[in-house]
Design a protein around this ligand. Structure first.
Ligand code: PTJ
Length: 258
């Protein structure tokens, strides 16, 4: 009986009119991704944490996030060898958007996982990205290590993350972000938690929801291609510490008003 209820509940269609339609369908997407081994159970917990922070932001892209997204687009276009690192949650939630961004800014895609059986999971992520238009995905033959990290998190491709000058890390764990920054790479993070070690260690910290942030970055990058003079100016004007602290004040003021 319990099983039947679970099964039927899973099959319940969420009506489009539901006020939390997007949030509920996103959860379903992640649950399904866990069931087929693309994402891990721990990814559900990470997502829940992200949702809680998104409430504090009003569940929309703030002006501070938009500034960081614009700076990210500028850094990505200026980089010589940019790489987008893709884990299970990112592949489950925004495969098409990540592939498109890779094409717009000419960045390689590299699959990377924190949890679970690496070979199988990298294969799943690669398949998902290819199903969404990626021609090549690095990560299945790791032949280099990120110094200072233990275990499978350190594994990477010598012609991908290892050789890159910039890595975009959506939903990354703090140790890996810090290790990449210590290698001298420009790290751009997408993380709804402005207090995470990832957000604090990144050169550009985008505090926004992944599926909102990635198309925004691609949109800014397309604009820069028409007007490349703005790239250097945008990078010069962006101050990540100021932007993060202004965002924290925004949250404080918003809560005070509420
Ligand atoms: O697929 P794997 O094995 O590589 O695992 C992926 C997860 C995400 C489980 C792993 O990297 C992990 O445990 O990450 P953390 O340390 O929990 O960090 C994830 C961060 O992303 C948290 O700070 C969340 O607030 C944030 N986050 C979660 N969902 C979103 C998000 N940020 C933006 N958009 C989201 N949808």
């Amino acid at each position: 009986m319990g099983l039947l209820i679970g099964w039927e509940a899973r099959r319940l269609k969420i009506p489009k009119s539901h006020p939390r339609y997007k949030s509920l369908t996103t959860r379903e997407k992640l649950v399904k991704a866990v069931e087929r081994g693309l994402a891990v159970k721990e990814g559900l917990i990470a997502h829940g944490r992200g949702e809680a922070f998104d409430y504090l932001l009003g569940e929309k892209t703030t002006g501070f996030a938009e500034k960081a997204e614009k700076a990210a687009a500028a850094y990505l276009l200026r980089a010589d060898a940019p790489v987008i690192s893709v884990n299970g949650n990112a592949a489950a939630l925004a495969p098409k958007q990540l592939v498109k961004l890779g094409k717009v800014v000419n960045a390689k895609l590299e699959a990377n996982v924190f949890y679970g059986k690496r070979v199988e999971r990298i294969e799943q992520i690669t398949r998902e990205l290819k199903r969404n238009g990626a021609r090549k995905v690095l990560g299945s033959n790791p032949d280099a290590r990120i110094p200072g990290l233990k275990g499978q998190r350190a594994l990477c491709a010598s012609n991908g993350i290892y050789a890159s000058d910039l890595v975009l890390v959506p939903l990354e764990d703090g140790d890996r972000t810090q290790a990449l920054a210590a290698m001298g790479k420009t790290v751009i993070a997408i993380d709804l938690n402005p207090l995470s070690r990832t957000s604090l260690a990144a050169k550009v910290s985008i505090v926004d929801e992944l599926t909102r942030a990635v198309p925004n970055i691609a949109g800014f990058a397309t604009g820069f291609k028409r007007n490349p003079k703005q790239i250097a100016e945008t990078i010069r004007e962006f101050d990540n510490d100021n932007n993060l602290s202004a965002l924290l004040k925004f949250i404080r003021d918003r809560l005070a008003k509420l």
